[in-house]
Design a protein around this ligand. Structure first.
Ligand code: UD1
Length: 420
């Protein structure tokens, strides 16, 4: 298992290109199951979750090939309609194959995802939505078994705003017979990106950019070339890393509109931001003001960047409260930050970060993807050497993070280790 070794105390400076959005790619890739022919997905990131999705699709007979950031997929000759536990346990987004498989092939067998490091993450909405479209669903031996010769359009309301369920039901509805209305659809840019690609493929969807989508099912769709949106979470991580090291960093290949909530909070903290059409420069030469955040659904502050914000606030001039309304127990990073000397109190669904404590290097353990990013950020400002174990969590969603940080001047190395 790899670990990172970071020597803190360097100001990040320079320019860094942001990769394509992991969470968008993970939704766009299974959409290729909906049509024959070769799909080309540009601006695809190269990280572990992408490899897992490629392997999962490959196990079903999809031809995939990643050259640089160009991913081609061809699902013309599918050999299986199953997502085995081995893949789903590595990555919950494997469940995205469920909607397209049942819609195009009339059957799917997908392992149920289990628990998750930051609390319960049910898939009831994915199943209820498909049932509403006429699928017969049974759960047997840990697998979701879905069948339906042809889905039928219906009205489905998402009781909770869910990125994953919105994507899954949308991908199913585009091939259902008749009209589907989906209400309380998640507004996250990754969901909208799927709407855009499906529309390009020939799907008839109205209401793009709103929480109500009206879909007229079609009999077939076709393969397309599509560009993945930039990763707003990777961008937020670099913005925060630059600010907390009192650096001067320009991000390229970003979509600033997707980062509005993060940008507003950074400005409130005292960061200077120059926002271009696809670039953002952040300059910081002081410790930030303490700024509270509450992670909410888009366009609110993203839950996937709250752990990084907590790290940022360690360098602030006072106390700030971090709340998460989506995953109220997503604070597993706190005890690890405390090992570096952080002064943080946790409560029910929130933590209070008291800035100004002296941070010194230690050995810490990654518990999930974004928690790992928070530890790396804190290590950048801790005095001395920090070892971050189990960075495979981080590799799930960041493309060569240590190389990108290194190019900005950070002293960070990857080492392969037997440690657990
Ligand atoms: C996606 C992202 C993840 C992000 C999360 C919230 C991907 C691959 N992952 O996860 O990085 O943290 O959105 O922005 O895109 N829920 C239910 N029933 C369901 C589904 C969800 O109750 O069937 C609840 C969840 O428990 C959670 C909330 O809905 O409280 C939002 O979760 P959801 O948007 O579905 O998250 P994911 O799609 O799993």
């Amino acid at each position: 298992m790899d670990k990172f070794i970071v020597e803190g105390g360097v100001r990040l400076k320079g320019t860094v290109a942001i990769s394509g959005a992991k969470n968008a790619s993970l939704a766009l890739m299974p959409a290729c199951l909906l049509a024959p022919g070769t799909f080309t997905l540009n601006n695809t990131p190269n990280n572990r979750d992408l490899w897992t999705m490629s392997r999962l699709l490959g196990s079903m007979g999809v031809q995939t090939d990643l050259q640089g950031d160009v991913l081609t997929l061809d699902a013309s000759h599918l050999t299986s309609h199953e997502a085995p536990y081995d893949y789903v346990k590595q990555m919950r987004a494997s469940i995205y194959v469920l909607g397209p498989l049942i819609a195009r092939y009339g059957e799917a067998r997908v392992s149920l995802p289990g628990g998750c490091n930051f609390g319960p993450r049910p898939v009831d909405l994915h199943l209820k939505g498909l049932e509403k479209l006429g699928a017969q669903i049974e759960v047997e031996g840990g697998y979701i078994i879905a069948k339906c010769p042809r889905l039928q359009g219906a009205h489905f309301h998402f009781d909770v705003s869910s990125v994953g369920a919105s994507v899954n039901i949308l991908m199913a509805a585009v091939l259902a017979k008749g009209h589907t209305t989906l209400t309380n659809v998640a507004l996250e840019p990754e969901v909208m990106s799927v709407v855009h690609m499906l529309s390009l493929m020939g799907a008839r969807i109205e209401g793009t950019g709103t929480t109500t989508l009206e879909i007229d099912g079609v009999d077939e769709l076709h393969a397309v070339e599509f560009a993945t949106i930039p990763d707003r979470i990777e961008a937020a991580t670099f913005l925060i890393g630059a600010a907390m090291t009192k650096g001067d960093v320009t991000l390229t290949n970003v979509e600033p509109e997707h980062l509005t909530a993060v940008i507003q909070k950074m400005e409130k903290a005292g960061c200077e931001l120059e926002v271009g059409t696809s670039t953002i420069r952040v300059v910081m030469d002081d410790n930030p003001e303490p700024v509270d955040i509450t992670a909410r659904t888009y366009p609110g502050y993203p839950t996937d960047s709250q752990a990084q914000w907590a790290a940022f606030m360690l360098t602030s001039k006072g106390a700030s409260t971090i709340k998460d309304t989506i995953y109220p127990t997503r604070f597993g990073y706190v005890p690890e930050l405390q090992r570096l000397g952080a002064d943080i109190e946790t409560g029910d669904g929130y933590c209070i970060v008291k800035g100004g404590a002296h941070l010194s290097g230690a050995t810490v353990m990654s518990s999930d993807l974004r928690a790992s990013a928070s530890l790396v950020m804190a290590a950048l400002v801790a005095e001395g050497r920090t070892e971050i174990l189990r960075v495979y969590h981080l590799d799930r969603g960041y493309e060569a993070l240590e190389k990108k940080l290194g190019s900005l001047g950070a002293v960070i190395e990857r080492e392969t280790t037997e440690d657990f």
